[in-house]
Design a protein around this ligand. Structure first.
Ligand code: R5P
Length: 316
């Protein structure tokens, strides 16, 4: 058992999740005051002694992405200067991850930039869930524990005992993830041919695989503007699916997402709470708790135990 005390600190992005993790761990949150200077700059102070502590800072870099990211950097700096022995950034949703390679001229690789910023701020480890691309782990030269929300989502759908199930990937990029779910839920696999026409609009073409008279589960790592998943839902519905459900690890839900989800031909929307989700106007929404998985991982990191039992990959 670790001799260092565990200090759990939450930023402003995910306060309810931090409280839920604290309850799971049976620890008191270490309070941190995060405020603003009149010009908008962020100020922070950790309100208890963390000298020598094993600090876990919980903060998703979800919208408002820039504020939440800078807040996390500032909290890491505060913990480092307060002589914490080890700082783990618990980032349930890791934003800026979609720009993970240079696929055009004169563009940044923001996932790498954010990794550099976290490293320079003084973080020792990263604990995160369903990175947009698993290879982002390699953008850090420090340990990254990459958890998958799959056990939480799979349990939910196994309880529904869906027969004639087809798990559908809303684009080629999520096909490995969908195959993993299909294997574990005992369903078939189908893939929607998606083309992105702008940041918030997509066009869908063929569905590769069988959705007619099937119970369809569309699965993705994130729902952002909901263009991808709702267009895929519509095409499955039009091709004669018996029912359509949609699920994702992260509910970013920006721009037109809520309206698209509200009017989509789906029986159920399932997300985890890596990002806080307001259920207003979304009666079919089910938000599943990620805190038990994160709390277990935090305790294992703290007590230097293996985490591999938790690494049920989404894509197997
Ligand atoms: C794409 O590569 C991702 O896996 C998601 O499909 C995408 O980011 C979702 O974005 P939106 O909800 O805006 O279509």
């Amino acid at each position: 058992m670790s001799q260092r005390s565990l200090a759990l600190i939450g930023g402003n992005a995910t306060p309810a999740l931090t409280d839920d993790i604290a309850r799971e761990l049976s620890v008191q949150r270490t309070e941190a005051r995060v405020g603003r200077f009149p010009d908008g700059e962020i100020d922070a102070q950790i309100e208890a002694n963390v000298r020598g502590a094993d600090v876990f800072l919980v903060q998703s870099t979800c919208p408002p992405v820039n504020d939440n990211l800078v807040e996390l950097l500032i909290l890491i700096d505060a913990a480092r200067r307060a002589s914490a022995t080890r700082i783990t950034a618990v980032i349930p949703y890791f934003g800026y991850a979609r720009k993970d390679r240079k696929d055009e001229g004169r563009v940044p690789i923001t996932a790498k930039l954010v990794a550099n910023m976290l490293t320079v701020a003084g973080v020792d480890r990263i604990l995160t869930v369903d990175l947009h691309a698993a290879q982002i782990q390699g953008f850090f030269d420090l340990p990254v524990d990459h958890l998958y929300a799959a056990p939480v989502l799979v349990r939910h759908f196994l309880n529904q005992r869906l027969e004639n199930l087809t798990v559908v990937a809303p684009d080629v990029g999520s096909s490995k993830m969908a195959r993993g779910y299909a294997n574990r839920l005992g369903g078939e696999l189908a893939i929607v041919d998606k083309r992105r026409v702008s940041g918030k609009d997509v066009e869908v073409g063929a569905v590769i695989g069988d959705v007619e008279d099937r119970n369809v589960l569309l699965i993705d790592d994130m729902i952002s503007t909901a263009g991808s998943i709702t267009e895929a839902a519509k095409v499955c519905h039009e091709r004669g699916a018996r029912s359509v459900r949609i699920a994702a690890s992260h509910g970013v839900l920006c721009g037109p997402a809520r309206e698209r989800l509200r009017t989509a031909p789906v029986e159920e929307i399932v997300l985890t709470d890596t990002i806080p989700v307001d259920p207003t106007g979304l009666p079919t929404l089910n938000v599943l708790r990620i805190a038990p998985l994160l709390a277990e991982a935090i305790m294992r990191v703290h007590t230097e135990q293996s985490l591999s039992v938790l690494f049920t990959r989404s894509d197997r």
